[in-house]
Design a binder for this molecule. Structure first.
Ligand code: ADP
Ligand code: ZN
Length: 208
């Protein structure tokens, strides 16, 4: 089973991704994580990506598509993968169809007014876990691995606003792209806990 996870910044893609990864043994591929690792490692890709990410813009398609195509060519994804953060515009979705077969697009739909607070209150761990300050009670370490939690550089109000603008302009239309292919599954997130949202997604993914 090959899936695409879609949703605005702050929709809870990362949280759902780690639960899906565990239950369905899919290889989790997050383009955001790949870029952040490249920035940390000071690679040429990292140098290109940083300016775009700090500005809340998309990294150019030719860079991003190549990374994903290469990654999907590796052996470990043969048993199924989950893309998180890709495709982020129609062009990327079209390119993806040329080098992979997608079974379903899980679209996490969240009320816009929840997003700003969710992202600005987000604290992440290098292992991929993320938390919200409102439930951390001052805790500064990751529950899963003990790593020190931190706020992502692009999780500040100004950059978040730009990321949301980019999302509505470029990424939201990707849902329609998969709808036309009969592959879209939308789950409402917001009032429900991450576990409840996951239960709905898991029920759907059992079909594949
Ligand atoms: P979020 O979903 O919380 O906005 P991500 O970790 O998925 O964060 O992505 C962080 C940043 O990395 C994006 O704002 C963008 O600049 C860049 N990025 C990630 N995926 C892509 C992509 N598919 N195409 C272009 N840029 C991307
Ligand atoms: Zn951790």
């Amino acid at each position: 089973m090959n899936i695409v996870l879609l949703g605005a910044p702050g929709a809870g893609k990362g949280t759902q991704a780690s639960m899906i990864e565990e239950k369905f043994s899919l290889v989790h591929i997050s383009t955001g994580d790949i870029f952040r690792a490249n920035i940390k490692g000071g690679t040429p890709i990292g140098k290109i990506a940083k300016g775009y990410i700090d500005a809340g813009k998309l990294v150019p398609d030719e860079v991003t598509c190549k990374i994903v195509e290469n990654r999907l060519g590796e052996e470990d994804v043969k048993g199924g993968f989950m893309l998180d953060g890709f495709p982020r515009n129609i062009f990327q979705a079209e390119q993806l169809d040329k080098f992979a077969k997608i079974d379903v697009c899980v679209n996490i739909d969240v009320d816009i007014d929840l997003l700003m607070d969710r992202i600005c209150g987000r604290r992440v761990c290098a292992c991929g876990e993320s938390y919200h300050v409102s439930t951390l009670n001052g805790e500064t370490k990751c529950k899963k691995c003990g790593g020190t939690l931190y706020r992502r550089d692009d999780d500040n109000p100004e950059t978040v606003q730009k990321r949301l603008d980019t999302y509505f302009k470029e990424t939201a239309p990707v849902a329609d792209y998969y709808k036309k292919q009969g592959k879209l599954f939308t789950v409402k997130s917001g009032k429900g806990s991450p576990k409840e949202v996951f239960a709905v997604i898991a029920e759907k993914l059992k079909e594949y």
